[in-house]
Unconditional design. Structure first.
Ligand code: NAG
Ligand code: NAG
Ligand code: NAG
Ligand code: NAG
Ligand code: NAG
Ligand code: NAG
Length: 250
């Protein structure tokens, strides 16, 4: 129990220290505020935000904006950042001020850069042509050059029926190619249906009003009955038998 308390105290202290270094110093009565509070930008598009360093009297303080790209203009303690074409994949900016007693007070804005898939296509894994009912096949949706892939939802469809939703585990911020797979066991009724997949980039309330959607081509399903397969098999054996007999009795 005692150990536990020490552990708790230490971890509390640790987190307090952590807060201090990350800018929540005791001398910080307020923190810089970004508008908008989250920035989601399509790769290559223009972007801007405002950072109000502080509302109260802090005009004497040293302040600034750490930024890798873009231009900054200052008006009092308000900073305006703008870029014509955002072409960096993983960026964040830090707005800060340093109080007269030396505390650094800062806020960080992570910028999400997105790119809808360049192409989306559907295929079977190691299979072409017709399928037999009650056998398992694997559908594969191949997505090219999408970012950030962790915000992509892939849905497989048979006609209008959603068969399953898949997401990536990758946290890569740059564009990636990824394939998503789904096992299916067709039934006789699926004959003539079409398989396809849909990808949707879900970027939250700061993202585009309509999440970008890209769909694949349609893949027709030709499903044969198990019995037909047996019948085919029987026909084949029958034909073989006939030809063997023909040879024998020539
Ligand atoms: C800043 O960005 C917003 C949202 O994209 C846009 O509507 C606005 O025109 C931009 N303002 C300037 C000055 O670039
Ligand atoms: C600076 O901000 C003040 C007050 O918000 C405004 O009246 C003024 O026009 C701004 N100046 C520039 C150069 O934007
Ligand atoms: C911003 O990015 C940093 C580093 O990638 C991460 O640790 C932090 O959690 C992010 N903040 C937000 C609000 O997403
Ligand atoms: C597809 O077939 C190839 C060659 O037979 C094999 O190497 C590969 O592992 C198969 N892929 C899957 C996903 O079953
Ligand atoms: C994705 O695939 C395309 C075409 O095969 C290729 O040109 C591109 O370099 C690939 N991208 C990545 C990130 O591997
Ligand atoms: C992207 O997906 C991650 C993980 O699902 C989520 O935490 C994040 O909020 C999403 N980003 C946006 C901008 O919605």
């Amino acid at each position: 129990m005692f150990c536990c308390c020490i552990f708790l105290a230490v971890s509390l202290l640790h987190s307090l220290c952590h807060f201090h270094v990350s800018g929540y110093g005791s001398g910080c009565t307020e923190h810089p505020v970004f508008t908008p509070s989250a920035l989601v930008v399509k790769y290559g598009d223009p972007a801007n935000f405002t950072c109000v360093v502080c509302q109260k009297d802090c005009s004497e303080d040293v302040f600034g904006l750490e930024h890798a790209v873009g231009e900054v203009t200052k008006n009092g303690t308000t900073m305006f950042w703008t870029v014509d074409r955002l072409t960096e994949w993983d960026i964040s900016v830090e707005c800060y001020y340093i109080t007269n007693i030396g505390d650094q007070c800062s806020s960080t804005l992570n910028i999400t850069i997105y790119q809808p898939p360049e192409s989306v296509s559907i295929s079977f894994v190691n299979h072409t042509g017709m399928m037999f009912e009650n056998q398992q096949y694997t559908l594969q949706c191949s997505v090219q050059n999408v970012a950030p892939v962790q915000n992509l939802t892939v849905t497989f469809y048979r006609g209008n029926t959603a068969l399953g939703h898949l997401q990536s585990n990758s946290e890569e911020k740059k564009p990636v190619n990824e394939t998503f797979s789904l096992n299916i066991t067709p039934s006789r009724e699926d004959n003539g249906a079409q398989y396809w997949c849909e990808t949707k980039l879900e970027l939250g309330p700061s993202g585009p009003q309509r999440p970008p959607v890209v769909i694949s081509e349609k893949l027709p399903a030709i499903v044969h009955c198990e019995s037909e397969r047996k019948k085919k098999h029987k026909t084949y054996i029958y034909k073989l038998l006939v030809s063997v007999l023909q040879i024998i009795f020539k």
